[in-house]
Ligand binder design. Sequence first.
Ligand SMILES: C[S@@+](CC[C@H](N)C(=O)[O-])C[C@H]1O[C@@H](n2cnc3c(N)ncnc32)[C@H](O)[C@@H]1O
Length: 347
Amino acid sequence: MGSRIERAFSILPISIAFLARSISDSFNASHSDSDSKVPSKMMGSVLSVYLMLLKRIISTIRYGNKMTNASYDNPFSLLHAVNLLSQQSRINKFSKAIDEVVTTDSIVFDIGTGTGILAFLAAKAGAESVIGIDVSKQNIDYARRASKANELDDRVKFIHVHFDDFNPEIKADIVICEMLSSMLLVEQQIPAMRRVNDSLLGNNGTTIPKSTTVYVVPVQSEYMWNRFQTGDLRFPKMPQSVGGLNEVDDLADMQTLFHVEYRDLNTDFHVSEKLSFEIITDGFVHGIVGMFEAELTPEVLLRPEDGWKHLFVPIKQEKRVRKGEIITIQIEYTPGEFDSISVAIES
Ligand SMILES: C[S@@+](CC[C@H](N)C(=O)[O-])C[C@H]1O[C@@H](n2cnc3c(N)ncnc32)[C@H](O)[C@@H]1O
């Protein structure tokens, strides 16, 4: 937190200097310019620039390393959201879950709506009203165009806002949130669901998904390990998506890292687990592979093959292991904070 505040306040002197300079400029202008509207116009634009700077400072303090409005507001967010329209099995499962839960008097929020697909499915399932929110302006513009094209704009509204700043007048009966990612590391599923529980969902409300379980396994993967060296150039190792299961070999049976019931999520959520694995074949541990399963409803289980790649997280030094050996792996991270992960084998 200290470093967030430091970073935020590092731009404060610049913004204060900027404000002081701008006010003094506009004050001078008011004396030299006979049109009294000009200085007040200038003051207006000076103040709006200052407010923008203040917003950036507050955002830096509040969101820290998490992805902020600014970092999501780029063309890749829309390209990614539209790409997700091709994941038919993912969409079919959400559709089934939404049909199960939504009734004609449901108020539904879709957090991280992207193209608006899940919001539209809720409207088609008969919801009384649906609000989709997204931090990307381009996604919201696209979803609005889609709602007009499908004549759903009377029942589905879209708002460009970060979930932390979404303060609706009413609470939802159902909140849909699909910001899932392998190990829930990169996307904002957990922070978003915390906000949902704190402020957005009525007392008897339902979330889709209802819960998520993350699994991990130690692996050998020359393919992933060698990715960080090109000729005589070396690169820092970091988590990477696994393209195909032939790229990694499991060295033990998979285990549960954690299970989260979204309705029970009401505190800061940090993963800090020590897991012991019995090695099933001789080899080298290069890291772990993580994946998730999400229970959309008790009837509908979303699995990685519905649209997610597994995640390889490297350890610092490869470690030789023998069949039958027990190894203990310490895994730490804050979901939604990509840089926070550390995986270490205890010796
Ligand atoms: C994985 S996409 C899912 C899109 C859509 N719900 C679907 O199922 O196709 C996640 C979406 O969440 C949005 N998002 C990410 N962080 C957000 C935040 N802090 N507040 C609101 N939306 C956010 C992204 O812009 C993106 O459109």
